[in-house]
Design a protein around this ligand. Sequence first.
Ligand code: FAD
Length: 369
Amino acid sequence: MKTVLISGAGVAGCSLAHWLRRGGFAPTVVERAPALRPGGQAVDIRGVALDVVERMGLLGPVRAAATRMRGMSMLDADGHELHRSTEATFSSGRLDSGDVELLREDLVGMLEQLAQEQAEFIYGDRVTALDQDKHGVGVEFEHGASRTFDLVVGADGLHSAVRGLVFGPEADFLHHLGTHLAIFSAENFLGLDNWQLWQRDGDAGYGIYPVRDNSELRVTFGFASGPFDPANRDPEALRREVAERMGALRWETPRLLKALREAPDFYSDAMAQIRLDHWSRGRAVLLGDAGYCASPLSGQGTSLALVGAYVLADALGRTGGEHRAAFAEYEARLRPFVEANQALATENPGGPAAEESVERAKNAITLDV
Ligand SMILES: Cc1cc2nc3c(=O)[nH]c(=O)nc-3n(C[C@H](O)[C@H](O)[C@H](O)COP(=O)(O)OP(=O)(O)OC[C@H]3O[C@@H](n4cnc5c(N)ncnc54)[C@H](O)[C@@H]3O)c2cc1C
């Protein structure tokens, strides 16, 4: 049985572990965090990605966990309502579309549970060195003993370590989109009932919505920023920087600042895309945000990860694990889909992509060849 090391237990890594096991491979997932990572806002599953979820047997649970937003209000800098909509929200698009929006942590929990039954999971460790030859890939870990695998997959997100080890420095592939995001939870002190608030104040603003039956809020704070310095990724330094930027805003900022300081699930990153000419080198291949992050602005990062995992496992299965042929097929099938979805983030700077573009992009691939 061919062995595959997957770096990263996010949407991409957990999905791939499931599909590889079903295809007769032996996957091992190594995740840097000590346990499943909570936090983040809601993510969207759209178009072809819903078919993938259905083939995993998860469409029912995913729909049951979907957010139930009724609409949204846009606010001015002092919190006065400028406009409201019961047809669409910024986070999920049209409310009558059939697409699913759910909390990232709920989706990853379901995917991890499915994969856990079949794959080896190692938490609290990470790859530190890779050494490929024609027989396999020698892998060194920060804590565990060295091992050899037939293949290695980098599914370790925007700042992928596997990409760094195999392809080179992040700065060569990361395209900053000019904004930085921070996401954290708060009590529902605004009394929101399945209703989103979006507020803009100059080049910064909040997106706020209630989750878990309105029992808590997830707050997104976005602000214009220069290119992200990958070296400066200490979470507490980021939290201080975010607090400083939030301090310039009016409205509910004092209470939001208190929530930011106390939040156990603070997450922050640059809005950026990853673009590479090739997603594989030898026995190593990239998947999801690690290889082709489209940024939260596209609304399609989760769907790309789900579809990418399916296509990669399918290609490996049909080539009997012959990685050169499989990686070439994976890339040929997936690249047009990736490009159509990355374009959603840049088509209308400062606002959402056109509905027709989203419809086209979310279905720009067929699962069966
Ligand atoms: C905590 C968190 C919150 C997020 N919140 C949002 C959100 O609110 N909205 C949104 O649109 N997108 C969010 N994202 C990004 C979104 O999940 C992805 O764009 C999308 O789901 C694609 O998933 P992925 O599996 O490729 O990458 P990710 O979801 O980023 O998963 C990558 C995984 O790899 C792990 N990892 C990182 N480095 C290493 C390493 N060196 N070794 C081992 N493991 C490693 C990470 O801990 C993570 O579990 C979030 C990501 C994270 C990690």
